[in-house]
Design a binder for this molecule. Sequence first.
Ligand code: NAD
Length: 372
Amino acid sequence: MRIGIPKETRDGETRVAATPETTKKLIAAGHQVLVERHAGVLARFQDQAYTEAGAELTDAATALSAETVLKVRAPSAAELTHMKSGSVLAGMLDPFDNEGLAAMAAAGLTAFALEAAPRTTRAQSLDVLSSQANLAGYKAVMLAANHYGRLFPMMMTAAGTLKAARVVVLGAGVAGLQAIATAKRLGAVVEASDVRPAAKEQVESLGAKFIDVPFETDEEREIAEGSGGYARPMPPAWMARQAELVAQRCQQADIVITTALIPGRPAPQLVSADTVHRMKPGSVIVDLAVERGGNCPLSVAGQVVEENGVVLVGLTNLPGMVPTDASALYARNLLDFLKLIVDAEGKLAINREDDIVQACLVCESGQVLRKN
Ligand code: NAD
């Protein structure tokens, strides 16, 4: 099979869908790999490393017109013009973007959005949300540390003692748990909140304190369990109690890292403008949910802004700030996914009975298969 690896064209995208390591494995599996020149350069993978792995270097049009195309982001309108009807595309295609899906369907692509994979043990090795969110959680703490005018650990020096930073993490999924672990490693005192009761044990196992928002009805508890491992929107009464607790914790905090998301919906607003105004000057908020509207209404996508002495980091695509590791993990996710749609001879054999394949298949034969 001819597999194309185009250079990503979306603004600020530094990652690449195949590394020299995965290219070598694809070639060993009998595929021909066409890598666009400089496709990996922003992730620090040079063209020569791809040719040494056995790839052919090509232009964008050739990589995009391959039988199977691996990408990081959904193709732009310009990229779609080069892609062949009936070809296979796999990537992070944003399965909730109806317009994007319609464009890929209209181009006749058989498209797989890997974000839609189920959160099951079998799907773990191709779980792009996890592989990338984990890095985002780490990088969020690094960004917070950079913008914070003080240190994270408690430090006793001859010139006096420095207090440990107090970190609050809102949303303890993959990104949040990595943020907790990273902040703890740096010596901060960490507390965290999540709507899912299962998160309490995970937060505590990392040595952080869980900010418990009590459930007052069975309905609240049932909604909080979520579905498929994901959170669901909580009733307003619970959100109000959470807001009150969060406001209290944020006022004590030096760093707030927010990661709360609900699939297919705007991010829940957890840190109000009023809470920001009550926070200590010099505090830092890193809003990882900013692309989905933000967990704080004052954060601005793509920018670092200041409000009343509080720095709000709304930078997007944090995995793209560690592009070498992000690409390495993402490319391995794709490699594992390909095993589900390619047979032992290296030919396309899409097993539509497979639950992962079914969940990820978003367009085929001109149709959008997913209803949002
Ligand atoms: P996500 O990115 O969709 O959301 C981040 C976190 O925000 C979640 O933990 C969610 O519960 C939380 N959240 C939503 N609303 C909130 C609110 N109002 N207040 C506080 N927190 C709120 O989630 P994710 O990181 O992708 O993880 C989702 C779940 O899937 C987790 O339970 C995770 O452990 C699980 N998971 C399972 C597997 C697997 O079994 N293979 C793999 C990855 C993740």
